[in-house]
Design a protein around this ligand. Structure first.
Ligand SMILES: C[S@@+](CC[C@H](N)C(=O)[O-])C[C@H]1O[C@@H](n2cnc3c(N)ncnc32)[C@H](O)[C@@H]1O
Length: 194
């Protein structure tokens, strides 16, 4: 799948309307201080940032898209873009007040390693803000997601429909402040504190 704005954002439009946009609206304005966003893609979260409470913003992805480069960031914002993989973040321990990752861990090859990296770079008291799509526990949707995953993975850059990233987050040494399930429990958003 190409994560460029024209294709990805059109593809995502129905999901945004059915709960994703509302989750972003509640979650992303909580970012404050030194902020790291993993996997911003086309930069869909940027419109939800409360930039007046952000000191610095680091955008980290496998590729930085032109839509991010052309976004109208506040002139005073300290901004850095970096390319790499979340399983090996090039930041010191305890560097960030907030780490955001939305719809990223469905396709990260080593989920546990990536989540441990987020935990490592958060300052004590820092917050991990997440939205992920997960395996629904619905009696029909769940098995359908399991069945579709092998083909979907091929079509959508390694995206798994059947991961329980919410459970992997619960296993971290973080305190879950809130979690909210939506779209028949196939999506979750939440906040975890170090
Ligand atoms: C489905 S897009 C999500 C884009 C955006 N965050 C959103 O909420 O719509 C997944 C993003 O995660 C990034 N990504 C996937 N695997 C990654 C990895 N191992 N390390 C860093 N970024 C990764 C992709 O490059 C892409 O930008």
């Amino acid at each position: 799948m190409e994560y460029g704005k024209s294709f990805y954002d059109h593809f995502m439009h129905p999901l945004e309307k059915n709960g994703l946009a509302e989750a972003r609206e509640k979650l992303i304005p909580q970012a404050q201080g030194a902020v790291l966003e993993i996997g911003p893609g086309s930069g869909i979260n940027l419109r939800y940032y409360a930039f007046d409470q952000i000191d610095s913003l680091s955008l980290f992805d496998q590729r930085i898209q032109p839509t991010i480069e052309s976004f109208a960031f506040p002139e005073t914002l300290s901004l850095a873009t970096t390319i790499g993989t979340v399983e090996s973040l090039p930041y010191e321990d305890e560097s960030f007040d907030t780490v955001i990752a939305c719809l990223v861990f469905c396709s990260v090859p080593d989920t546990q390693k990536g989540l441990m990296e987020i935990q490592r770079v958060l300052k004590p008291g820092g917050r991990y803000l997440f939205i992920e799509h997960i395996l629904s526990d619905g009696p029909i949707l769940g098995p359908a997601m399991n069945m579709a995953t092998p083909l979907w993975k091929q079509l959508a850059k390694g995206c798994h429909l059947n991961r329980r990233t919410d459970q992997r987050i619960e296993e971290l040494d973080l305190t879950i402040k809130e979690t909210h399930y939506f779209m028949r429990r196939s999506f979750v958003w939440g906040v975890a504190i170090k």
